[in-house]
Design a protein around this ligand. Sequence first.
Ligand code: NAD
Ligand code: UDP
Ligand code: UDP
Length: 350
Amino acid sequence: FYPDTRSISYTTTARFPPVRLLLPSERKRILVTGGAGFVGSHLVDRLMLLGHDVTVLDNFFTGSKTTISHWIGHPNFELVRHDVVEPYMTECDQIYHLACPASPPHYQYNPVKTVKTSFMGTLNMLGLAKRTKARFLISSTSEVYGDPEVHPQPEDYWGHVNPIGPRACYDEGKRVAETLTYAYRNQDGVDVRVARIFNTYGPRMNPADGRVVSNFIVQALRGEDITVYGDGQQTRSFQYIHDLVDGLILLMNSDETRPVNIGTGEEFTILEFAKLVQELVEKVQREDGIKPVKKSEIIHKDMPVDDPQKRRPDTTRAKEALEWQPRWPVRAGVEEMIRYYAAKIAEGSI
Ligand code: NAD
Ligand code: UDP
Ligand code: UDP
């Protein structure tokens, strides 16, 4: 009754990217909540390639099975539809807790659910970490600094958040999630890591989720108006997804238990960024022989309530504690993302 395992391992793995063969003592059982989302799916790719056993928990609210479909059926991979607001039992060594909608239109769609996901989801995953003695990493956010009065933002800045505004469900949700994380560390000895992630972009961002990088690139490729909110003088610093994944894995495997900013120091006003996207879309269209639909115009729309005016991380801690620094210049990352969306538009999938 036993199948020929040699032929099984050949047929089941031949259609997958090659994963490292680890000794059982080196191979970790890793749980990634929100693993079907933008950041999660790239993290899953890297953990799989490194040879670990990866389980994804996701309710597919903003993520999609297609982002990780290339691993379905691999013996090291498991995908579970589960809402982290409900308890979940498994055995594991590490938990990357990413589950939470991240773009303003998505997290504001059902703010009560966003707060529940941040609080109850994090509570459940910390309960799991406590029971299994797994190391727990939470993806927190630069939004814990709110509309900052200190620039750039170091980790010891306490932030400036409106607790009842439209962004509060996300900002305060993440702040209480951090509080809970350190409460479990101090009370129950849970081994925790906290990443404060700054704006990140890259392939697989949901083009309908309203974030600025995907909006501008898709608008420019389609020849539609580029929608700058307000006068466009607000700033953001954009990091490429591969740098973030490096930072998350380094942090998880470091001894640093304080919060760590992960982001780049390359700061743009949103208006400058719109012009950069226009320029790079034209460059890619020229180089790749893509016929432009028409040249996009930059237009201005209302500024969202409580939109932070400035944002740039102080990444001294990440450099010192993790020996991490971003390697992707914005121009290189944006060009790669333009090519990704151009291919998606050409195949008609977005
Ligand atoms: P995303 O929306 O693409 O991914 C979030 C994932 O979590 C999705 O797959 C979604 O279906 C899942 N999810 C949401 N609620 C859930 C629930 N209740 N139960 C189970 N799964 C649930 O967003 P992203 O950009 O990949 O963000 C991932 C994490 O990183 C989030 O925690 C976000 O707060 C954090 N973060 C991201 C950025 C960024 O710029 N991308 C910046 C700061 C922090
Ligand atoms: N929990 C979970 N999986 C586990 C262990 C706990 O989802 O493997 C949940 C549990 O249902 C509870 C939360 O995590 O809602 C906090 O657990 P903890 O043990 O800290 O608290 P208690 O169960 O004593 O309230
Ligand atoms: N923004 C914009 N046009 C868009 C989408 C966003 O001008 O089509 C602005 C938005 O007001 C904010 C910045 O770009 O100042 C970053 O927005 P995003 O939603 O990507 O992230 P966050 O506000 O959470 O940093």
